[in-house]
Design a protein around this ligand. Structure first.
Ligand SMILES: [Zn+2]
Length: 302
């Protein structure tokens, strides 16, 4: 059941609130009752920020006074991610996740490790033989006291009151393609469910769609930057996202997001936000309310 959409402009310095979506059945909502935008996140909420790093992924998860970063874009985006984290009140990271060894996910992580103390680093263990990834692993080894966890499906965590289940890669072995071995995280916070699955493509999507965690999603980070090889009809029918965020670069050479994917998301009932159009996208979930705040509201499409 989709709730109504209210629009309310807010005078934030960099990120303007776009609207408030109600979760559940006709819950009353009020502009100004939720808070996205720059500055630290509100308490008693789950905040998921999709940082505009061009053609790449970088997602900040904040809840219960704890901060977790999932990917950090290409190497040159490291400073952008560090600045964003500081704006959001991050002083240290309880955890950092590398969903993939590809440069557009892990490239900026070394700079983040240099800028903030990090308690734990989560990765799949799928090998990647590049100088960029070797630089990230070197920065992890240099991080004093940081514990490294190799995570697979079946691994569970608790992030500041948010249940986090790892849905991919499979516990029994890796897929043949690198993208399909992306670390996928399902966040559960009260009624709300958020799925971040890196660059997962057909094999990984089929695996997750056949697993025990299907059901409606409050929020989906669209896999692989909106590529046609992801967001299959089967996957979307099993997970049914209400809000979908695509992280891709302006005028990127891959043609992301693919028009067919946008159509599939629309048919699945998702409201779509894109970092190439909207800049930073910050989703704040508290109780039964979901607020989406964007950096460039004028580019937003209803
Ligand atoms: Zn990618």
């Amino acid at each position: 059941m989709r709730g109504g959409v209210l629009r309310c402009a807010r005078g934030l310095r960099r990120v303007a609130a776009l609207g408030v979506l109600a979760l559940g059945l006709l819950q009353p909502v009020a502009c100004g009752g939720a808070s996205g935008g720059v500055g630290p996140p509100p308490s008693g909420a789950l905040s998921v920020s999709f940082i505009d790093v061009g053609q790449g992924d970088a997602v900040l998860v904040q809840a219960g006074g704890e901060d977790y970063l999932v990917d950090a874009g290409n190497p040159e985006e490291g400073p952008v991610v560090v600045d964003f984290l500081r704006e959001r009140g991050v002083e240290d990271l309880e955890g950092l996740v590398s969903t993939s060894g590809d440069a557009d996910h892990s490239g900026g992580l070394a700079e983040v490790l240099e800028a903030f103390p990090v308690e734990r680093v989560y990765l799949s263990g799928y090998p990647k033989d590049t100088l960029t990834y070797a630089g990230f692993l070197r920065a992890v080894r240099a991080e004093e006291g940081a514990e490294v966890e190799r995570v697979r499906a079946g691994y569970g965590m608790e992030w500041g009151g948010v249940r986090v289940d790892v849905l991919n890669p499979p516990s029994g072995g890796f897929f043949s393609s690198s993208n399909d071995n992306s670390v996928a995280l399902l966040l559960t916070y009260g009624q709300a469910r958020v799925l971040l699955a890196g660059d997962a493509e057909r094999q990984a999507e089929e695996y997750m769609a056949g697993g025990p965690y299907t059901g409606p999603l409050t929020l989906l980070k669209v896999s692989h930057h909106g590529s046609e090889t992801s967001s299959s009809p089967l996957f979307l029918s099993r997970f049914r996202p209400r809000v979908a965020v695509i992280q891709c670069g302006r005028d990127n050479p891959y043609g992301h997001p693919d028009p067919d994917v946008l159509e599939r998301l629309r048919r699945a009932g998702a409201r779509v936000f894109r970092t190439d159009l909207h800049g930073d996208v910050i989703v704040t979930i508290h109780r039964d309310l979901v607020e989406v705040a964007v950096e460039n509201p004028l580019r937003a499409r209803p």
